[in-house]
Ligand binder design. Structure first.
Ligand code: SF4
Length: 148
């Protein structure tokens, strides 16, 4: 299984997206990455929602209490090597939902390791794209080195 994944990965990066409680602003920017204008697939990045085939997890939203355990479970389903990227201010700090009477549990890094953060409310599609392209090869390289 790992050999198959490594062969596929040499030509592509599979991305799983999870919304842990957002205003949908960041979701729209991720969707924009799929549009002809940004055409994320031309870089070999495929976005879907199957964690078992994913390399990179994009975390959106401020992590509501209902999402705490689910986020950990989702992360554990993704095979190594893997990397999580926090998209937008919500998973980094809670953003507008971070108030004294807040019900959110941000940052997402309390629950899973976050390899990179893309600040912004919301960040631009180009920032999302460039971060995936920068982080994924680094995560894979570390994994290959550990296996040797
Ligand atoms: S960072 Fe801003 S745009 Fe993104 S989900 Fe949070 S509030 Fe919405």
């Amino acid at each position: 299984m790992q050999r198959v994944k490594n062969a596929v990965r040499s030509r592509s990066i599979h991305v799983c997206v999870v919304d842990t409680g957002s205003c949908n602003g960041c979701d729209i920017e991720v969707l924009a990455c799929l549009s002809p204008r940004y055409d994320i697939e031309q870089y070999g990045i495929y976005v879907h929602n199957n964690p078992r085939e994913a390399d990179v997890l994009l975390v959106i939203g401020a992590v509501t209490p209902q999402w705490e355990d689910k986020l950990i479970a989702l992360w554990e389903k993704i095979p190594e090597p893997k990397a999580a990227i926090a998209v937008g201010n919500c998973p980094i700090s809670g953003c507008v939902f971070n108030r004294h009477d807040s019900y959110v549990s941000a940052p997402a890094s309390k629950f899973i390791p976050i390899a990179a953060e893309i600040p912004g409310c919301p960040p631009r599609p180009t920032e999302i794209l460039s971060t995936i392209l920068a982080i994924a090869p680094l995560a894979f390289k570390d994994f290959e080195r550990e296996r040797k």
